[in-house]
Design a protein around this ligand. Structure first.
Ligand SMILES: [Fe+2]
Length: 212
């Protein structure tokens, strides 16, 4: 996109009331500095169905949520490993717990480097998921069924991460970290789907949903 075109789009967004004067001015400064801050038609950075002021803002928002979510995932899988009664999956679950926890640490570090704040909190849904996986009275086979139902097909589950990472143009460090993150998540999810299929093959129909 040419700078002239970007300027016209920016002006149109401002005149149309889509962006504030402050956003218009900061985007103009970025354009004058020759720094592209747009990834589509119009001002701002588009991701996850909304428009951020810049790529950096979109990254800060996303990795903060990832940091909180993965910390909860680490806790959830660690608690599952503690009560897991199926020998052939216990170490795999421990490995996933470690992956989740280190993703959280890496993105917390990156957030700090970018000058962002830890704002995202664990959600009620996340807290229930941890309690569910840590419940010793629920069989591992049911937990596997609930997990696969919750996250969906592995490739679909990681698509938002892949799309976001593919759209990043400036922050190559975060872009590469997100690429590895997506590959880890794909590996963990595929393994859980395989374990689910192997251990549940004869009784798919009888499993209870994760949460009532
Ligand atoms: Fe995860």
């Amino acid at each position: 996109m040419s700078r002239d075109f970007e300027f016209k789009q920016l002006l149109r967004a401002y005149r149309g009331g889509i962006i504030s004067e402050a956003t218009f001015e900061s985007e103009m400064r970025a354009l004058e500095n020759g720094k592209a801050m747009t990834n589509g038609n119009g001002a701002g950075f588009h991701a996850f169905g909304r428009t951020y002021r810049s790529e950096r803002d979109a990254i800060v928002s996303f990795i903060d949520k990832v940091r909180a979510g993965e910390a909860n995932g680490g806790e959830a899988f660690s608690r599952w490993a503690e009560v897991c009664t199926t020998d052939c999956i216990r170490s795999g679950i421990r490995m996933i717990a470690e992956r989740e926890a280190y993703h959280s640490r890496i993105f917390a570090k990156r957030l700090e480097e970018l000058g962002g704040e830890c704002r995202a909190q664990n959600t009620e849904d996340g807290r229930k998921f941890t309690e569910y996986l840590g419940n010793p009275s629920i069989p591992d086979t049911e937990k596997l069924l609930s997990f696969t139902k919750r996250v969906g097909k592995p490739e679909d589950a990681i698509k938002p991460i892949c799309d976001f990472q593919a759209s990043l143009k400036e922050d190559l460090g975060t872009k590469e970290a997100l690429r590895l993150f997506a590959e880890d998540e794909l590996s963990s999810t595929k393994w859980l789907w395989d374990a689910c299929a192997a251990l549940n093959a004869p009784k798919q129909e009888s499993a209870q949903p994760m949460m009532n």
